[in-house]
Design a protein around this ligand. Structure first.
Ligand code: ATP
Ligand code: MG
Length: 249
């Protein structure tokens, strides 16, 4: 990895960029993942590169939904593995939830590289390679998934998901938790719970809430989930961003 001086004012962003670029060199990240990362960075600027109150609230509800689920799955792609594989494994162990690699641009080779990378970071069981089921309504290989994984999950955490697939998962009656820095994306608008935060902060954030809520009874968890208003939260994001921009100059 190229040396980045710690004193650089954007040290953290540069480290993340290096991770994405190395991820691409290792075959984890697809070239369109670089473009998606850039889109995310632009929105992170607008949010002040911090977990704002609406994201913390969504992370809490996400933790409640994962804890209350019968078969929760964390769906990961190239960017997620390049940035937060250890954090995803920690979260999967602590809920507990299954991890499935689910790729928009799927090749067997990329699938194997991603599964191996997760195992190298300590994941015991990674779903996705079997591809013995199909998300109905999605053509080509992007609709493939595992019967024991995403196909039968009731709650699914999709960090950085495409809008099309998010809509299809919803049509399968799954509760979808998305992490997406763009509050205007189709994914952000379609998910049941949208965490408008950088995945590098959101996954550890959900995990902190999982630890705090672990002993909460099911009724209280369901009350938290039932009273969540995702549209209101997206409105809060837009008003936060516009107020923040207006107060800057
Ligand atoms: P959609 O398909 O939902 O309408 P899109 O086509 O713009 O949106 P995709 O490429 O399908 O987006 O999904 C990637 C999303 O992930 C983008 O909205 C981008 O802002 C977001 N994103 C990229 N990097 C991060 C990150 N580090 N943390 C959180 N979100 C991110
Ligand atoms: Mg998309």
């Amino acid at each position: 990895m190229e040396e980045i001086p710690k004193s650089h004012p954007r040290y953290q962003s540069l480290i993340i960029r290096e991770k994405i670029s190395n991820g691409m060199k290792k075959g984890l990240v697809h070239e369109t993942g670089l473009i998606a990362h850039g889109r995310g960075e632009a929105f992170d600027y607008l949010l002040g590169k911090k977990t704002q109150f609406f994201a913390d609230n969504a992370e809490k509800v996400a933790a409640a939904a994962l804890l209350a689920a019968k078969g929760p799955v964390i769906s990961v792609n190239g960017n997620v593995v390049a940035l937060v594989s250890e954090e995803c494994i920690t979260l999967a162990n602590s809920v507990p939830a299954k991890i499935e690699v689910n790729l928009f641009h799927r090749t067997n080779e990329r699938m194997s590289i991603l599964v191996e990378e997760l195992k190298k970071h300590g994941a015991k069981n990674v779903y996705g390679k079997k591809a013995d089921a199909r998300i109905p309504g999605l053509d080509h290989d992007r609709g493939l998934c595992d019967k024991e994984g995403i196909f039968s999950a009731d709650v699914i955490l999709v960090p950085l998901e495409d809008g099309d697939r998010c809509e299809t998962l919803k049509r399968m009656n799954k509760k979808v938790i998305a992490i997406d820095l763009n509050p205007l994306s189709r994914t952000a608008k379609t998910a049941d719970v949208t965490i408008v935060d950088n995945v590098i902060r959101a996954i550890p954030g959900i995990n902190r809430w999982v630890e705090k809520l672990r002993d909460t009874d099911e009724k209280a968890l369901n009350d938290m989930i039932g009273s969540w208003d995702n549209d209101k939260m997206l409105g809060d994001v837009l008003s936060f961003v516009s107020k923040r921009l207006n107060s800057m100059y």
